[in-house]
Design a protein around this ligand. Structure first.
Ligand code: SF4
Length: 393
């Protein structure tokens, strides 16, 4: 297919595809899907080989958020039955992180619900970062605390944070339909603050919230312009009790096309499959490793993932290898930059902790009967941080 040859050539040169080319990936037929995966897989292997980076989420503070993000089980007034607790102590967070690191993770993502941290919260997280770094040589720490005020990114950097996550989540045009308590511009501002402070920016999206193909291409092109080093791709987990609970719009095939499009638009960036991997890709997860070079190990912020052991077996069975702490994730041109991005550089807000989404996926290219609600696959997290039970890692 000419389209795929063109996209592979551009991906190997880090050249931006056209919007039409990105849209055409989303519109491919099921008959062409394996060719799409193979093409995007060439780009993935060129920049990242067969390595899979494992990341581990630690939910420092769960629920009780004053913001109203429609996809989020931690939002204002939600009735989702999730764990609710205030800040973990540094040693509790460090213990949770250690479980993930022992399971093979090389990055710990410290996430807290809320609009953004107070300066006291930043001090608290600085103590946690210090505790984790002291006890685990070579670990990468990413903070995800919401919207940042002036100076806070610098203080996190000084405390030893390597990266900051804040997702754009959806296109600028649809942002106000998803959240009313802060704006898309607020999110862009925080990503830029992280960049400016020398933190590696992590910013991504949530698919499945009722967005159009054009919206998806918009947000991924915006991410490329912001130039993050990593782009988490969440597939909405429609958690009961959230406004988007009925939005079951994704099929495994749709998820693969979205990941392929992200890989073509952000070829040399760490593309991470985030929330919704098990729920929406289901048995197609191993195929998605040909597109993304990074996943979360174990559980998500408020919902449970598959067993960490199953993640590791899947990676090995699919012929990939877990990236070690001694290996550099990013291609040389990006790793040598102080902090990077997806093409030239970017960022988003309050990000990887998304467990949700809304949306009807348009299109005759959707596989029939594959997007029935799978509430049976959604389980609220009842183990790990904030509980007395061992974490999943
Ligand atoms: S995504 Fe973040 S800011 Fe939005 S409701 Fe959830 S925890 Fe709050």
């Amino acid at each position: 297919m000419d389209l795929l040859n063109t996209l592979v050539d551009k991906g190997l040169r880090r050249e931006l595809p056209t919007r039409e080319e990105a849209l055409a990936v989303l519109a491919t037929s099921d008959d062409d899907l394996l060719d799409v995966v193979a093409a995007a897989g060439k780009v993935r292997r060129h920049w990242f080989g067969r390595r899979v980076k494992l990341n581990y989420l630690v939910n420092l503070k769960s629920g009780l958020c004053p913001e109203d993000c429609s996809y989020c089980s931690q939002r204002l007034g939600s009735d989702t039955g999730i764990l609710k607790y205030t800040w973990l102590k540094p040693d509790e967070a460090s213990q949770a992180a250690a479980a993930g690191l022992a399971g093979g993770a090389k990055r710990v993502c410290l996430v807290a619900s809320g609009r953004g941290p107070t300066d006291r919260d930043v001090d608290r997280v600085a103590g946690t970062i210090k505790a984790i770094k002291e006890q685990n040589e070579g670990v990468e720490v990413c903070a995800c605390l919401g919207l940042l005020s002036d100076g806070q990114a610098e203080r996190l950097r000084e405390a030893g944070a390597d990266a900051y996550n804040h997702n754009l989540n959806t296109s600028e045009g649809t942002y106000a339909d998803i959240t009313t308590t802060h704006t898309y511009a607020d999110r862009v501002d925080t990503v830029n603050k992280a960049h400016a402070a020398g933190l590696s920016a992590c910013s991504g999206l949530i698919a499945g919230m009722g967005e159009s193909d054009e919206d998806l291409v918009d947000v991924v092109f915006s991410l490329r312009a912001l130039d993050p080093d990593s782009v988490p791709v969440n597939f909405l987990i429609p958690v009961e009790g959230t406004p988007l609970a009925k939005e079951w719009n994704l099929t495994p095939q749709r998820c693969l096309r979205i990941l392929a499009m992200v890989r073509f638009v952000c070829p040399d960036v760490e593309v991470r499959i985030a929330g919704g991997r098990e729920v929406h890709l289901r048995t197609m997860q191993p195929l998605a490793l040909n597109l993304a070079n990074s996943i979360f190990l174990g559980d998500y912020l408020t919902t449970e993932g598959q067993a960490g052991k199953a993640d590791l077996e899947m990676i090995a069975d699919a012929g990939f290898e877990v990236e070690g702490t001694g290996e550099v994730t990013l291609p040389e041109h990006r790793a040598t930059a102080a902090a990077g991005g997806c093409g030239s550089h970017e960022s988003a807000g309050c990000g990887s902790h998304e467990d949700a989404g809304c949306g009807s996926v348009c299109g005759s290219h959707e596989s029939s009967a594959a997007n029935e609600p799978r509430t049976d696959l959604v389980a609220v997290r009842r183990r790990g941080a904030g509980t007395d039970l061992a974490p999943n890692a």
